[in-house]
Design a protein around this ligand. Structure first.
Ligand SMILES: [Zn+2]
Length: 64
């Protein structure tokens, strides 16, 4: 039986799919978290809960 403390999950960059340096625990909740990807150098705003990561659209500029 695994130690439940080992049940972490790496957050993947929603843009390039690379592993970021952010890990989630089962009880981790993020809201509007700026996730920086060390690979593609982009920042994504994410929400996370129960290992489910949602990507928020960056504040959209008014389209012409
Ligand atoms: Zn990336």
């Amino acid at each position: 039986m695994k130690d439940s403390l080992e049940e972490k999950q790496w957050v993947l960059c929603p843009i390039c799919g690379a592993k970021t340096r952010l890990q989630l625990l089962p009880e981790t909740e993020l809201k509007s978290f700026p996730l920086f990807c060390p690979k593609c150098k982009h920042e994504s705003i994410i929400n996370a809960k129960n290992f489910i990561v949602e990507t928020r659209q960056p504040d959209a500029k008014t389209q012409c």
